[in-house]
Design a protein around this ligand. Structure first.
Ligand SMILES: [Fe+2]
Length: 239
């Protein structure tokens, strides 16, 4: 069952990456290929460690890039990709960075393009995964606890950025942190996909009360504001 979820996620990310690539006139085959490979380590992670939790095993992005491009070079099982110069280096970096909070400075243009396509596609489908069971049970616990998020989380909301993974979060704060991934979507097509899917909307609609409800509404408003600002910037940029 767990493996089925990962296979489903893999193909969905590949299809979303393809769609984002088309919107950017990038190489859609390569974007799809990256989606296909990005979580390849999940299977070996489950076999060796019996968990998908990186904190209890290994960073699955680093592990995947190592399995593909170091040692046994699993990448050699796949046909050689010739459409992108230095495609192996681009693919290795994109896979290694797909789960990181931020991208490092100084990536070349092609590596940045495909890394951001893959990261956006992954986030789009993570919103769907988060609405899968035990979504309702978690919502019930969040509603019962009715704990508001701390200032440190609300600072991220106000500053339109993701919450660092090192923060110890309550379940409500985790939900808010997950929704904050919306701030990090780079491409207009990614934001369009998330809007069309409705999963982020579902996550933001948790039935909290009191100040927790106000915080959720603030988060929704801040995401809307951030996306409108990005939209305006993109319009100015293209004029
Ligand atoms: Fe991943």
């Amino acid at each position: 069952m767990k493996i089925t979820l990962k296979i489903d996620h893999t193909f969905r990310v590949a299809c979303i990456a393809d769609r984002i690539a088309v919107s950017l006139k990038a190489d859609r085959d390569f974007a799809w290929f990256l989606g296909l490979l990005h979580d390849i380590a999940r299977f070996e992670q489950q076999t060796r460690y019996g968990t998908f939790k990186d904190a209890k095993s290994v960073d699955h992005a680093e592990f995947g890039a190592d399995l593909l491009f170091k040692g046994d070079r699993l990448i050699d099982v796949f046909p050689k990709y010739t459409g992108i110069p230095n495609w192996e280096s681009v693919a290795e970096t994109a896979i290694r960075l797909h789960n990181k909070l931020n991208l490092p400075e100084g990536l070349d243009k092609t590596t940045y393009l495909y890394s951001t396509i893959l990261r956006d596609a992954d986030k789009c489908d993570i919103f769907r995964v988060l609405t899968e069971p035990p979504f309702d049970e978690r919502n019930m616990r969040i509603c019962e606890a009715a704990d508001p998020a701390r200032d440190v989380i609300m600072d991220c909301v106000r500053e339109h950025r993701c919450v660092p993974r090192t923060f110890e979060c309550t379940e409500f704060e985790s939900l808010m942190s997950q929704c904050c991934m919306a701030f990090e979507l780079v491409y207009p097509e990614s934001r369009k996909i998330v809007s069309e899917q409705g999963y982020l909307d579902k996550l933001l609609s948790v039935g909290t009360e009191g100040s927790a409800k106000d915080q959720m509404e603030m988060l929704r408003a801040e995401i809307k504001k951030a996306w409108e600002e990005l939209c305006l910037m993109e319009e100015i940029y293209t004029i």
